[in-house]
Design a protein around this ligand. Sequence first.
Ligand SMILES: [Zn+2]
Length: 586
Amino acid sequence: MKLVKQLVAAAVASGLSFSLMAADLIVYNAKIQTFDGKEYSAFSVTNGRFEQLTTDSQSLLAQKTATTQLIDAKGRRVIPGINDSHLHVVRGGRFYNLETRWEGLTSLKDALALLKKNVEVTPEGQWARVVGGFSPYQFKEKRLPTSAELTEIAPNTPVFVLHLYSGAVLNKKAMQVLGISKDSVAPKDSYYEKDAQGELTGRLIADPNPTILYKTIAALPQLSQEDQLNSSKQFYSKLLSLGVTSVVDAGGGGHDFPDNYQASTVLAVTGKLPIRVSNYLFPQTPGKELSSFSQWMSNYKNNQNLHLHLDNGYVVEGGGELLAWKASDYENFMSARPELDADADPELEQIVRLHLVQGWPFRIHATYDESIERMLTVFETINQTQPLNKVRWIIDHAETISDKNLKRVKALGGAIAVQGRMAFAGEDFLQRYGKAKTEQSPPFKKMLELGIPVGFGTDGTRVASFNPWATYYWAVSGKTVGGTRLYGKENTLDRLTALKVFTSGSAYFSGEELVKGQIQPGMYADFVVLNQDILKVSEEKLLQTEAELTVVDGEVQYVSQTAYPALYKKPEAATPAWSPVNINHR
Ligand SMILES: [Zn+2]
């Protein structure tokens, strides 16, 4: 199979026609627009790659053989698979089956009703939890639940509701289980909120340090190894149902490589991981970053693929999004901007130099321009003796990056990964920094105009939803999921450009822009038949975008039951049986 793929790729590269090969798959009656603006209605797939692309469905269908699978797109929009260039997908998979998700709900009343349904089946010793991914502004009530409301729906079950990395709300039972009292001492730069009478409100506040939130999440029960495997499968299926076919994973706190990666790794090595995942590795212990990276670099080659059969299926890509704990800022817009540690620079320099020596790409989390300013100064020093553009390197987030620093990124050959975090935290940012600053936060249109490689992502699952259509909606409308306008025309994208950034643009971040992200002959046949035409429907409707059918490497990995009943397979139940996934998402 692999050899055939290489031959096909070689044939494409040399411009040879190979139309005599029988197509494995033909998609017809489709609405396709390539990024050069041309329109097509059908294509064929052979050995996991797009082969022919045409406006003439009939003559393509005439080439079918007995083994060709035919898919009628029924006039629907077909796009290259979405590539989330910043998602904590492997970590998300470990926890998915335990979480109630509030994605897409428009009232707090409904959100609490859903949570109550989960509480009612949560066994003793377990928790009900909503671990971020929503904005209080998406609710018509425009607020978070109170501790009293959580206690009312769950008098005997501990409940944890995370609000981005800004704070959390616990019910009474949760406070008891965690032993939080008026005398409890919170970690540095955070606190247990108290009311005017000095009583605990049940809210944990990161100010701006989210360690109080990380610690609480880590204290909650986890799934067994077996259930983590099921949970990861459920999460990948959910992503496929939204049209995601590739992810560039950004590591994550409380998520150690390789120990915490077992579920996704098992899926990959057994050939069952249905999405292409490229992993950037994230050191967990402050002060030990260099030794973590050294160890990974001696155990793994950069670009090593662990997937049984999928090209670039499960890859060790590089280091980040955290490189050095001292050189990391927090994106909590409800609090003042944090400074990087005074002595962060030499550590960062050592770690980046190691990546360059080993030829490992790296990415670095940086929310604020002041942080980016310091990082770029370090990078420019390094660049005098070790060219930075020897590897791909990425700034992640960059919400407040200045024009000056955009140009420095460009000059050093860097790329920027942009996520729809402001769709969830935009109201908080607007309140603190005002309208003028908000209008370019982050200035993704300027980045593109400067020719900096840009990819879109979500930064799910906690500080934003994993739903890529929330990010897409934000980038084209300039609005939050709560409907608040953040940007004008000077910082929104037309729909085709936004799609390009979310597919072809994101492919740059795993070094794959020449092999995926476009419906073009020779590229990976990763594509999606959508439930609605994202180039035409109203902006508000974009939030309801889903896949009718998702294909990765020429294989159908997801179909909706209503659109393709003949191809539909009943999904495996989530485990344990009380999982919110079984109740909410079916
Ligand atoms: Zn980050």
